[in-house]
Design a protein around this ligand. Sequence first.
Ligand SMILES: C[S@@+](CC[C@H](N)C(=O)[O-])C[C@H]1O[C@@H](n2cnc3c(N)ncnc32)[C@H](O)[C@@H]1O
Length: 214
Amino acid sequence: MWSAKNITYPAVEKYLYAITPKSDPVLYEMERYAYKRDIPIVGPTVGRLLYLLAQISGAKRIFEMGSAIGYSTLWFAMGAGSAAEVHYADGSVDNAARAQEYFRRAGLADRIRIHLGMAQEKLAETPGEFDIIFIDVDKPQYPETLRLAVPRVRAGGLLLTDNTLWSGRATRKAPRGDARTRGIQQFNRAAYAAKDLFTVMIPIRDGVTICRKL
Ligand SMILES: C[S@@+](CC[C@H](N)C(=O)[O-])C[C@H]1O[C@@H](n2cnc3c(N)ncnc32)[C@H](O)[C@@H]1O
């Protein structure tokens, strides 16, 4: 049955996770580590989507904003292939150190650049356009991050954003002081209203928004 906390029927969610093949060993270890420590990674269903989008779009430059232990970064790096450069950006020293070790063990460290600090500043400091930018920073920052990221995606490129349904809270009036839900709602309205984006929201896991830059 529909539950206010689930975006899809729990049975659909369960089926999707059950039918999804087990991830590669390093990714699987990261999934277990994140589960035990309650680190909010995208998980295998969204990870596979990121991989697929990187692969079918032929992305060669990817910038990720909010990378934690590097789980989504690794999916991008695998999908984009050996000619790609993937930029990891996170504000936590511990996360970056752990991510670096996972990248080394996955044999993909040479295609990933680690930026430590505010992702918005790191994006501004990194020249050039990107084929894909992925937004997964703190939710009150979403509207401003959208504003900063769109000009940095090449025409025809993709802006991807996680958590855009926010456990279904995006669908309801945000309580006063709930800056995270408000940030996501503002982001969603702006992404659909933008004349230079073609936007589609996919209701898997916590909602993933795919915008193609026109
Ligand atoms: C949801 S987690 C990222 C999960 C990751 N994308 C994945 O799926 O594997 C969000 C991370 O972003 C970091 N973060 C939040 N806002 C940030 C910002 N403005 N700049 C850099 N890191 C940020 C937090 O430290 C946290 O590790």
